[in-house]
Every structure is written in structure tokens, then in C-alpha cells.
Design a protein around this ligand. Structure first.
Ligand code: AMP
Length: 123
């Protein structure tokens, strides 16, 4: 799938749409999810044009990959999530319900998060 420069996270990166930023560095931007599913629900996105986890994992440079995951860890620590614990999740493609075609990681925390998958829909 080709990268869509008009996807909502590309527009947030360009500053065309506001976001509640919690962290930014050379490789990544983190901001609050607009529809939080936990008391803390933050999205971390790489600054490069990557559609998905598969795209990022196979085509991003080692520096981008390292920088991105270091940023994820930094954000989690800065939000105070390390000690109580948190969940990191990335949806890839239709089956996972990926809505925004710019690779992103969700960070959830602030309460007990329960089972990893609460419900898997039957076909
Ligand atoms: P996913 O289903 O993994 O693609 O998740 C996309 C996430 O982006 C959802 O949790 C949305 O609530 C969130 N989202 C969509 N638009 C915005 C926005 N403008 N600012 C912050 N989060 C957003």
C-alpha cells in the first residue's frame, strides 16, 4: 500500500491539525488519543512515511527503528507507566482494524488493563 500524505497523522506531523503533544524528538511524536480507551492512552508515531508495522519494520533505517522504540520507552517512562505497568499495541491491516495508515503504537495505562484480548469476534 502506498503512503497517503493526507492521512490524519501526516497532517498532525505537519501541524495542520492540532494534537495534545506529550513528547517529540528527531524520530517520533507522541500525543493523546482523541478517543481514549484507558485513563492514559497515547499514540507514538515515527516521523517518516510508513504505512504500517510491516512497512516500518522492513523499510525504515536501523537509526529510525532504534530511535522510534527508544522514544516509545521514554514516553512510557515520562508518563510514569513503567512501575505500575502498561500495554503497547500496534494494529496492522484490516484484520486488526487499523484505521490510520501511518504506523503508530498505542500506549495504554493508568489502571489494571485486564486480559490482552477481551473479545475476538467470530466470522
Ligand atoms: P488504529 O485503529 O490502530 O489505526 O488507531 C487509530 C487511533 O487514532 C484511534 O484510537 C483513534 O481514536 C485515534 N485518532 C484518530 N484521529 C485522531 C486525532 N486527530 N488525534 C488523536 N488521535 C486520533
Amino acid at each position: 500500500m502506498a503512503y497517503d500524505d493526507d492521512n490524519i497523522f501526516a497532517r498532525i506531523l505537519r501541524g495542520e491539525i492540532p494534537s495534545r503533544k506529550v513528547y517529540e524528538d528527531e524520530h517520533a511524536l507522541a500525543f493523546e488519543d482523541i478517543n481514549p480507551q484507558a485513563p492514559v492512552h497515547v499514540l507514538v508515531i515515527p516521523k517518516g512515511r510508513y504505512v504500517s508495522m510491516a512497512d516500518f519494520g522492513t523499510t525504515a533505517s536501523p537509526a529510525e527503528i532504534t530511535g522510534f522504540f527508544r522514544a516509545v520507552a521514554t514516553v512510557a517512562a515520562q508518563l510514569g507507566l513503567d512501575r505500575p505497568g502498561y500495554r503497547m499495541l500496534a494494529n496492522h491491516g484490516d484484520a486488526a482494524g487499523q484505521e490510520v495508515p501511518h504506523f503508530h503504537v498505542h500506549l495504554f495505562g493508568g489502571r489494571k488493563l485486564g486480559p490482552m484480548l477481551t473479545r475476538v469476534q467470530a466470522d
